[in-house]
Write a new protein. Structure first.
Length: 309
């Protein structure tokens, strides 16, 4: 089965009141864990690659891993560029086989963001590729994205509607309180659902995206710290909040930090308990299983995308 576009995925998700998981991939074990979970749950799937992942693993290796996933399953899978920050990077991924790209012009003013996004949209649509953009800025750190809390800006609903109209973009990532990384909230978690509802009313049937939406699952944080890690106070977005967002206008929820924590916690535990072991398969295998279990949980209990093929 070939890679698919997110267009039909999002149409179904919007009508069905669920969201598609967009999981960041960097290596074989992460891809296998995610895909095996989606296969078991019969869920559509977005595998996404950041600029940092392309630097780490190389474009060609990631493409071939995704091709292997397609050959190993009959799942509808889209391949998405996460946080592309230049036209050139987006063009490279469009030309290189991606079915979806994100152009992140959120660091620019409104006019510049519109111009850059429109340029990417024109090229992408001419090549049958869909485009995600971002309006508003999420705080936090993830790969090459680093935004201080002072620079984070919630998305203005009226401006979001104008932005979509001017650019012709296919989906929009908005800022309503989520953030990148493992430290999303210092106090009580908060998502601005009123803002999300306003965006949904101004842009009916239009797919909204949540970035920085890992829950930073406590069991993996605890395990990391128990076996030599040092990530005290890590806190993510409560899963019931994400489920509520998925029942509204949100059709794509990005998950990266939870994958990293599941893998790292499991590797730390294995190596601590088996100090004489040096075969990577012995600790990467259990890490892959941990990712599979975590992704299955997200698909069933958070995204609501089980049995949606």
């Amino acid at each position: 089965m070939p890679l698919v576009s997110t267009k039909e995925m999002f149409e179904k998700a919007y009508k069905g009141g669920y969201a598609i998981g967009a999981f960041n991939v960097n290596n074989m074990e992460i891809v296998q864990g995610i895909v095996d979970a989606a296969k078991e749950e019969q869920s559509p799937l977005i595998l996404q690659v950041s600029a940092g992942a392309r630097k780490y693993a190389k474009h060609i290796y990631l493409i071939k891993l995704v091709e292997a996933a397609l050959a190993d399953t009959d799942l509808p899978i889209a391949l998405h560029l996460d946080h592309g920050d230049t036209f050139e990077l987006c063009k490279d991924c469009i030309d290189g086989g991606f079915t979806s790209v994100m152009i992140d012009g959120s660091k620019y003013d409104f006019k510049e963001n519109v111009a850059l996004t429109k340029k990417v949209v024109e090229y992408a649509h001419a090549h049958g590729v869909v485009v995600e953009a971002e309006l508003g800025r999420l705080a936090g750190v993830e790969d090459d994205v680093n935004v201080s809390a002072n620079d984070a800006i919630f998305t203005d609903p009226e401006q979001a509607a104008e932005f979509v109209h001017l650019t012709g973009v296919d989906s929009l990532a908005i800022a309503i309180g989520t953030s990148h990384g493992a430290y999303k909230f210092k106090g009580t978690p908060y998502l601005d659902f009123d803002r999300l509802e306003k965006v949904g009313k101004l842009l009916p049937d239009f797919p909204i995206v949540l970035h920085g939406a890992s829950s930073v699952l406590p069991e993996f944080v605890k395990k990391c710290n128990e076996f030599g890690g040092d990530i005290p106070g890590a806190q993510g977005v409560p899963e019931e909040m994400l489920r509520k967002a998925a029942s509204m206008a949100v059709c794509k929820i990005n998950i990266d930090t939870d994958l990293r924590l599941a893998m790292t916690a499991t590797v730390r535990e294995y190596l601590t308990k088996n100090p004489s072991e040096f075969d990577p398969r012995k600790y990467l295998g259990p890490a892959r299983d941990a990712i599979k279990g975590m992704v299955q949980h997200k698909i069933k209990d958070v995204l609501g995308s089980s049995n949606r093929i």
